[in-house]
Design a binder for this molecule. Structure first.
Ligand code: HEC
Ligand code: HEC
Ligand code: HEC
Ligand code: HEC
Ligand code: HEC
Ligand code: HEC
Ligand code: HEC
Ligand code: HEC
Ligand code: HEC
Ligand code: HEC
Ligand code: HEC
Length: 490
């Protein structure tokens, strides 16, 4: 019973003490003295979010905040720690920022995971001579004059991030001491991109370093968890580019990711796990993220589809497209929603690509060639189909047909070459490849037909011999019967 009364009394008195504290508002003598001295730290601290929350110099430096005596205030006995160095710096910050209890004391609900993330990041793992981490909280946030990250004066506000990261990444001498092979051109290139140019003009919405790489959780770019790892890139870019609300003022489409996902490239990446398929940055660059200009489009596609690009460059379309400022590959294949091409693309039927420009009434050479190419590739395809059916039939009948089967692969190869050769838009060159295929298919057809013929020939031969043997057997039987009858009669 006594215990309960005691604890109730204790509770009441602690409430009273707290109320007293609030009313009095403890004066931060550290700040008062340093401010009167006109120190830079105190001047900056006046605008600091920590100052606004009632946090004192002593919360990071230690000491007695209530004493106006310098020696007492800044004495070891009062817990004064001096200027933190190396890992002590981050230690000073995470006393609060890694503790939700501490943060709750100040009525704050912001995340408390920054140090956890930083420790696992490429920066958190880096240490000077194996001792202290080279990146501390203040490397990006400063020590005094810290404001909310949404304040345009914060060093991590989007328009200031490039400079903050550039402190190191734009400094070749510094970076070389850690990794001589790491490029140091990110900031320079970034400044030439649509993102970077808008950022420099004060627009916080376009991507900056942290929107693509993260902030506390930055990983090595080859790490599968990196936001810029190929399989994660489309998601990273689409955070903005697929958000119509966010992108409204820019009046550009917001369908790139949706289209890309269904394209040959998207399917190759996400479904076939083919890391050689292009993602957003393969075509748009990493730091120079601009749409590949009209002139450079075949260069982008051509880095992987070299043969198509080479053929296109010497084709009649090269000059014609340049004149009309048409992009080279995109005109026929589009950019984000590239479909799997088939011979339906070719020719002069209404759904063929060629008929978008080459109309029947103008009877131009382009029209005639498109029509001819389609006929040729269709005939190769249909003879290939017939051949495979014949080869299969012969095989089922147990005939030895390996050589024809082997040749059939040459025909398939020729039809693949022909699909590429389309890009020469040259009838003679195209026909040469198709004819090579047709020669093979006719020889396969001959071989397979011969095998099947042979099978039937053998069957007929077998039939005749069966008849002859049966006849002879019957004769023999009758003969034996006659002899037996004769013997019985005797
Ligand atoms: C009455 C004035 C006064 C008070 C109170 C005072 N300081 Fe100082 N402080 C100074 C002066 C003057 C210096 C510079 C002289 C020096 O370097 O020792 C200084 C220096 C410092 C330095 C730099 C030390 C260094 O090694 O470079 C820090 C950090 C500091 N004070 C923090 C505090 C903190 C925290 C408190 C409160 C717990 C506090 N001060 C209270 C006057 C004061
Ligand atoms: C949020 C934590 C924090 C608070 C609050 C804080 N400081 Fe600091 N202070 C630091 C850190 C961290 C450093 C080390 C900076 C560095 O290494 O560049 C530092 C460095 C200093 C230095 C040394 C500067 C130098 O160039 O050597 C002085 C002096 C100082 N603080 C004074 C103060 C005073 C005065 C206040 C209150 C008005 C204050 N600090 C409040 C974290 C803090
Ligand atoms: C490499 C630079 C960098 C370092 C180092 C860094 N930060 Fe940040 N921090 C940022 C950026 C950029 C933001 C802006 C918001 C975002 O993108 O997360 C941020 C945001 C914050 C926020 C706002 C809430 C949040 O999580 O977004 C807090 C609090 C914070 N940082 C604390 C810390 C602490 C504590 C440390 C040290 C353990 C630290 N930061 C180290 C770059 C950094
Ligand atoms: C005594 C506890 C304490 C210490 C020590 C402390 N902070 Fe804070 N910090 C806070 C509180 C409380 C806030 C305000 C949070 C809010 O607004 O919800 C804050 C806010 C911030 C913000 C702005 C977050 C936002 O919401 O935009 C940053 C950045 C930050 N601190 C960085 C640091 C760094 C860097 C250090 C170390 C040099 C540090 N803090 C040391 C308590 C602390
Ligand atoms: C639009 C997104 C985007 C922006 C903005 C961006 N990066 Fe990158 N960053 C990437 C991509 C994508 C890669 C390459 C990934 C790969 O090679 O697979 C990369 C690679 C890097 C690398 C590794 C070395 C290299 O150059 O390949 C560093 C370091 C880097 N970025 C730093 C920065 C800095 C600093 C900034 C700001 C000035 C920045 N990045 C802005 C997307 C971006
Ligand atoms: C204190 C200097 C410093 C600051 C500030 C800094 N970095 Fe770094 N960063 C480094 C160093 C050093 C490396 C490691 C190089 C290595 O060993 O490969 C690195 C590595 C990276 C990597 C991984 C590169 C790779 O090899 O894949 C990326 C991405 C990166 N930083 C982005 C950023 C971004 C974004 C910012 C700003 C938010 C930033 N850095 C701020 C020094 C810094
Ligand atoms: C933080 C949001 C954000 C992220 C993340 C982002 N972007 Fe952007 N991007 C923008 C904004 C805003 C613009 C400006 C639009 C404009 O000026 O037309 C832009 C412009 C562009 C443009 C130029 C469009 C044009 O024709 O003007 C391209 C291309 C582009 N981004 C590609 C990318 C790629 C690729 C990625 C990922 C590696 C990416 N972006 C990540 C916000 C973002
Ligand atoms: C195979 C190459 C390629 C890939 C992959 C690619 N793009 Fe594009 N992108 C282009 C081309 C080509 C253009 C048109 C350039 C022009 O017309 O000047 C373009 C245009 C854009 C534009 C400008 C607006 C528009 O839609 O015309 C944005 C934004 C953009 N791409 C973002 C992305 C994003 C985000 C991704 C990943 C989801 C992506 N791109 C993947 C080639 C590509
Ligand atoms: C980074 C390399 C790369 C770039 C850049 C690239 N591609 Fe591809 N592309 C591939 C790969 C890999 C495939 C194979 C996908 C599959 O079928 O599995 C492919 C498939 C294709 C196909 C389908 C081929 C087929 O046989 O079905 C077409 C068409 C195509 N790409 C056109 C383009 C165009 C147009 C561009 C430029 C706007 C482009 N590609 C840029 C790597 C690339
Ligand atoms: C005038 C229209 C046109 C242009 C321009 C064009 N293509 Fe094609 N492309 C086609 C047609 C038609 C096919 C399908 C042929 C077939 O399957 O019979 C095709 C098929 C392809 C294929 C699949 C066949 C193969 O070669 O593996 C790829 C890859 C390809 N194109 C890439 C490109 C690239 C890269 C460019 C730019 C240098 C480009 N194309 C320009 C019409 C075009
Ligand atoms: C975007 C419009 C466009 C598309 C699509 C297009 N062409 Fe053309 N083509 C032209 C132009 C323009 C010329 C040059 C003027 C002319 O001769 O008609 C040309 C010329 C040609 C020529 C050369 C004619 C000559 O005079 O030597 C051939 C062959 C040709 N195209 C075939 C094709 C084939 C096959 C396709 C479909 C795969 C196709 N074109 C799709 C616009 C196009």
């Amino acid at each position: 019973m006594n215990k309960i009364i005691l604890s109730v009394m204790l509770l009441i008195s602690s409430f009273m003490l707290a109320a007293q504290d609030k009313g009095k508002k403890v004066v931060d003598q550290c700040y008062v003295c340093h401010e009167s001295l006109g120190s830079d730290e105190a001047t900056l601290f006046k605008k600091d979010i920590h100052f606004q929350k009632g946090i004192s110099c002593a919360d990071c430096h230690g000491g007695d905040r209530q004493s106006d005596d310098m020696d007492k205030a800044m004495s070891k006995e009062a817990g004064y720690k001096g200027v933190p160095k190396g890992n002590e710096i981050t230690q000073a910050c995470i006393r609060c920022h890694a503790s939700s209890e501490m943060m709750k004391k100040y009525g704050s609900k912001i995340p408390t995971n920054q140090f956890e993330l930083l420790k696992g990041s490429v920066h958190g793992k880096l240490a000077i001579d194996g001792a202290e981490r080279i990146v501390q909280c203040i490397t990006c946030h400063n020590a005094h004059g810290i404001v909310e990250v949404t304040n345009p004066n914060s060093p991590v506000y989007p328009t200031n991030v490039p400079k903050t990261c550039g402190k190191c990444h734009d400094n070749p001498v510094y970076m070389r001491s850690y990794n001589p092979s790491l490029p140091v051109d990110q900031l320079q290139k970034y400044r030439t991109s649509v993102h970077g140019m808008r950022n420099a003009k004060g627009d916080p919405k376009p991507a900056e370093c942290a929107s693509c790489h993260g902030s506390h959780d930055i990983k090595n770019v080859k790490d599968v968890r990196s936001k810029v790892y190929p399989t994660n890139i489309p998601e990273t870019c689409s955070k903005c580019h697929s958000d119509p609300q966010y992108m409204k003022e820019y009046k550009i489409p917001t369908n790139q990711y949706a289209l890309y996902k269904k394209s040959v490239h998207g399917v190759a990446l996400f479904e076939k796990h083919d890391l050689s398929a292009p993602v957003c940055n393969s075509c748009h660059g990493n730091h120079g993220a601009t749409p590949p200009g009209v002139e450079s489009i075949s260069e982008v596609c051509g880095t992987c589809h070299a043969l198509n690009a080479e053929l296109f460059s010497s084709s009649p379309h090269k000059k014609a497209f340049d004149k009309q400022k048409l992009p080279e590959c995109e005109t026929c294949h589009s950019n984000h929603d590239i479909e799997k091409p088939t011979s339906k693309f070719l020719g002069v039927t209404p759904d063929a690509i060629c008929s978008k420009c080459h109309k029947p009434d103008d009877k131009s050479k382009g029209y005639m060639v498109a029509k001819e190419m389609r006929l040729m590739i269709d005939s190769l395809a249909s003879t290939e189909k017939i051949d495979s059916a014949l080869v299969e039939e012969a095989e089922q009948k147990g005939m030895e047909i390996n050589e024809a089967k082997f040749k059939l692969r040459d025909a398939t190869q020729a039809s693949m070459e022909a699909r590429t050769m389309v890009h020469s838009f040259d009838e003679a060159k195209f026909n040469e490849v198709v004819n090579k295929g047709l020669t093979v298919t006719s020889s396969v057809k001959a071989d397979a037909s011969a095998a099947i013929h042979e099978y039937y020939f053998r069957r007929i031969g077998l039939g005749i011999s069966v008849v002859i043997i049966s006849f002879l057997a019957l004769m023999l039987y009758l003969f034996i019967r006659r002899i037996e009858k004769k013997n019985a009669n005797n």
